[in-house]
Design a protein around this ligand. Structure first.
Ligand code: 26W
Length: 813
């Protein structure tokens, strides 16, 4: 361990010598990254060991966050920050002629997630450790994370991600803790000693090997664990091999190991593939087996001990992807630990809690009964039993009401409904923003809410202000600390003290200067990567997130097209110059989303190269959106686009990151935008469009006709027509699918309906920006009121309200 800059420099140089036999002058960037990160990992390892010891001795209740995705991004910078070592290392390295930022950039993003759900899990891990809560992650170590997106001729191409190519310094393989997960085969019930026991035979065993990643808490000694499972096998078919059938021998090995090879790149749209179901059971079963094993070591292994497992263990399932935790915990308690059904069921429900992250009907997971029965025969018999008992309870409550029972059953119409399984088998169900939780209670899960009124609650999302403000925007963080002190780092609601500087001219100038520098940095990146020159005096208007119809990138693009048309028709139109920045990935098989990407890129090509426009507006689609790219883009944004169809975006978390960095939101009253609006007030946000109630009423009762809007708004009509009338230099049918989704399916996401409101809101944004003092006040107020959206607040609410866990102080050493 080093305590001073000099000690650090000496340790760093020595590390280069011992790792690579190299002198500083000859070391590559990669070598220097390895030297620094291994030094830091040693510091972490000591604390990690202490934390684990303390958890074992103190026997405090632990929470395990089960998630199919953890979108971590890079860890060197955040680990340094949380250890309080950033300045010391930066300065020490600088004295050796090394730029810390360059070393950080060597690390591959751990892109083990699609978007909001995966990044939320990563923010939660950071908050749990920073609040000294004993909370750990459980997930999958995908060999290939989220694909790398290339834009070729305006189209998205997917390249495999290879984040493990150079090894991964933050993980520790724990071969001795491997467990076996069983797939396929048959199950028969046999009576043994007066008990019916399930015997699982002829299954395919897959070895689950854990790789542990330390999760470092800020400014404290807590280091928690993210355990990611990798499918491996010791099995090698030597009989085929020795008969000369090499391929068969290798094929079998690969098919077993395939389970953890790839992250499914689907967001809000499930692919009903057997491999995905296999992944779900794989990490759930492995995680539960290791948790129960540990529980027995610490708290005793008799059936009576296990019947109280919920007193020491909480398991949270991130959406329904880990919902097999319900039958799997039942299996372990019944088949392996010998509990009776009633005790096992009581313990299971009290252990498990569930968060719903989406109400898009097509995103609700259901698996064909036949598939579950074949791949997971024991799970299937248990799910059937759970379903039968649940339906019997429904019958008690609603005798004869078959419609209701069918509607609520876990198994119906040939499918296992995972959300129903999750609700029935847990003690808490939460949504991720007020409006979303209310829609769950009143609409999507109304019957369940009536049956289990106390189970439902809300936990509005948050993001870690350490990564998204302190680390991503160090200049702003320094300015804040100089102005209101450093308390906000531990207590983000103290950011509210900035409110009184909202109209302070000197502070406004400083905030503006920071934003300007961030814009210059982003502009340089855009120039270097895409060879596009953007005007750093223009408004940076940013729309970055997954590409999805409900997120309405199309609305933004149609408005840009309309603005372009107006500038062409009237070159003297007095508008504030703007740079429209987009980024985001489409699911590989989502045809419409891929065309939306092409549409935006085509717009960029037309507008950016039109001399009549003279650079007053520009469009940039940045490729390969990722956590690291977000850290570059968000601090540079003036305007944050949060324009989903009301009721469809469960919460959004990008909205919070932008706000923290002083961007002003243009948005609908959807998800957490509503709560952002509540915090900052009408004057500091620009709201437009239908409300969630209005949208839901249209869905229920009809009454919207897209043609009425189309025919009554000539500007809008022109833009929509341009999609298919040969205006763009692309093949005639290129944007048919977009046009079709608007005009032929009655505009399911109300793009045309909200267009006029959006255009007016955009005009308002432009006018507000002209009054720079006013704009800076808005920007400062957004930062000031962002404290509520720190994930520390969210996690405290989960800890108290759902998990019932308390902080554990790890002793100083
Ligand atoms: C099975 C296919 C699939 C894959 C991912 C279905 C659903 C998902 C996720 C639940 C989608 C998702 O990421 N939802 C987002 O969760 C965020 C964190 O709570 C919210 O902020 C976003 O509004 C929500 O879209």
């Amino acid at each position: 361990m080093f305590r001073t800059k000099e000690e650090f420099k000496a340790a760093f140089i020595e590390r280069l010598e011992t790792l690579f036999g190299e002198h500083l002058d000859d070391a590559t960037l990669t070598d220097k990254y390895a030297a620094l990160s291994t030094l830091i990992r040693e510091i972490i390892n000591k604390r990690w060991y202490k934390s684990n010891m303390q958890y074992r001795v103190s026997k405090d209740k632990q929470v395990y966050y089960f998630s199919m995705e953890f979108l971590l991004g890079r860890l060197l910078g955040s680990n340094l920050f949380n250890l309080g070592l950033t300045d010391l290392c930066r300065e020490g390295l600088a004295e050796l002629g090394i730029d810390l930022a360059e070393l950080e950039a060597v690390e591959a993003d751990a892109g083990l997630g699609n978007g909001g759900l995966g990044r939320l899990a990563a923010c939660f891990l950071d908050s749990m450790a920073s609040l000294q809560l004993p909370g750990h992650g459980n997930g999958i170590r995908y060999r290939h994370g989220m694909f790398e997106q290339k834009i070729v001729d305006g189209y998205q191409m997917e390249l495999p991600d290879n984040w493990l190519r150079d090894g991964y310094v933050w993980e520790m393989r724990k071969a001795s803790r491997a467990v076996t997960v069983k797939f396929g085969g048959t199950v028969r019930m046999e009576e043994r000693a007066g008990r019916l026991v399930a015997i699982h035979e002829n299954y395919e065993p897959v070895l689950a090997v854990p790789y542990d990643i330390p999760v470092v808490g800020a400014n404290r000694n807590t280091v928690n664990t993210l355990r990611l499972w990798s499918a491996e096998t010791n099995h090698f078919d030597f009989s085929s091999f020795s008969k000369g059938d090499f391929l068969k021998a290798v094929e079998q090995k690969y098919s077993m190991e395939a389970t953890s090879q790839i992250l499914y790149p689907d967001d809000n749209y499930p692919e009903g593939k057997v491999l995905r179901l296999k992944q779900q059971y794989f990490f759930v079963s492995a995680g539960l087996q290791s948790i129960v094993r540990r529980y027995k070591r610490t708290h005793g292994g008799t059936p009576a001990d296990l019947a109280k497992i919920h007193e020491k263990i909480a398991i949270h399932i991130n959406d329904t992807h880990p919902a097999l935790a319900v039958p799997e915990l039942m299996r372990i308690l019944l088949d392996e630990e010998g509990l009776g059904w009633a005790e096992a069921w009581n313990a299971t429900c009290k252990t498990i809690s569930y968060t719903n992250h989406t109400i898009l009907p097509e995103a609700l997971e259901k698996w064909p009964v036949e598939l579950v029965g074949r791949l997971l025969p024991r799970m299937y018999t248990l799910i059937r039993e759970i379903n039968e008992r649940f339906c019997a309870a429904l019958w008690e409550q609603y005798p004869g009401d078959w419609d209701k029972i069918r509607d609520m059953a876990i198994i119906s119409e040939g499918y296992v409904h995972m959300a129903h399984l999750a609700v029935v088998g847990s003690h808490s169900v939460n949504g991720v923003a007020e409006v979303h939780s209310n829609i769950l209670k009143q609409e999507v899960m109304a019957n369940f809410h009536k049956f289990y009124p106390h189970r439902f609650n809300n936990k509005t999302n948050g993001v870690t202000h350490r990564r998204w403000l302190a680390k991503a925007n160090p200049a702003l963080a320094d300015l804040i600390s100089e102005t209101i002190g450093q308390g906000w780092l531990d207590h983000p609601t103290e950011l509210a003290n900035l409110h009184r500087y909202g109209t302070d001219a000197a502070f406004q100038a400083s905030v503006k200067a920071v934003k300007q520098a961030n814009k210059e940095r982003l502009a340089q990146y855009i120039k270097a990567k895409m060879n596009i020159t953007v005007d750093t005096q223009s408004i940076f208007d940013v729309h970055v997130k997954r590409i999805h119809a409900y997120k309405r990138q199309t609305l933004n693009a149609l408005h840009i097209l309309d603005l372009y048309n107006r500038l062409k028709a009237d070159p003297s139109l007095d508008i504030e110059p703007r740079t429209f920045i987009f980024a985001g990935k489409s699911a590989a098989g989502y045809y419409l989303a891929k065309r939306i990407i092409k549409f935006i890129n085509t717009l960029a090509q037309v507008i950016n190269n039109d001399p009549d426009i003279g650079g007053r507006i520009k469009v940039v689609f940045m490729e390969n959106y990722s956590v690291s790219l977000a850290e570059l883009i968000i601090p540079a944004a003036d305007v944050s686009e949060q324009i989903s169809t009301a009721s469809r975006e469960a919460s959004g978390t990008g909205n919070m990151k932008f706000m923290m960095n002083g961007a002003v939101t243009i948005g609908t009253l959807d998800g957490a935008n509503i709560e952002i609006h509540d915090e900052v007030g009408d004057d500091n946000i620009v709201i437009f469009g239908l409300t969630a109630d209005e949208v839901l009423n249209y869905y229920k009762y009809g009454g919207y006709n897209v043609l009425d809007v189309y025919n009554s708004n000539p500007r809008l009509k022109q833009a929509v027509d341009q999609l298919i009338n040969g205006f763009f230099p692309v093949s005639a049918d290129e944007f048919d699918s977009i046009h079709h989704s608007l005009m032929r399916t009655n505009d399911e996401y109300f793009v045309l309906k909200d267009f006029a409101g959006y255009a007016a809101a955009q005009e308002k944004v432009g006018n507000l920006y002209r009054d720079q003092s006013r704009w800076q006040t808005m920007s400062i107020n957004n930062i000031a009121f962002s404290g509520r959206f720190a994930s520390d607040r969210t996690i405290s609410e989960y800890a108290i309200g759902i998990w019932q866990i308390k902080p554990v102080v790890i002793r100083e050493f």
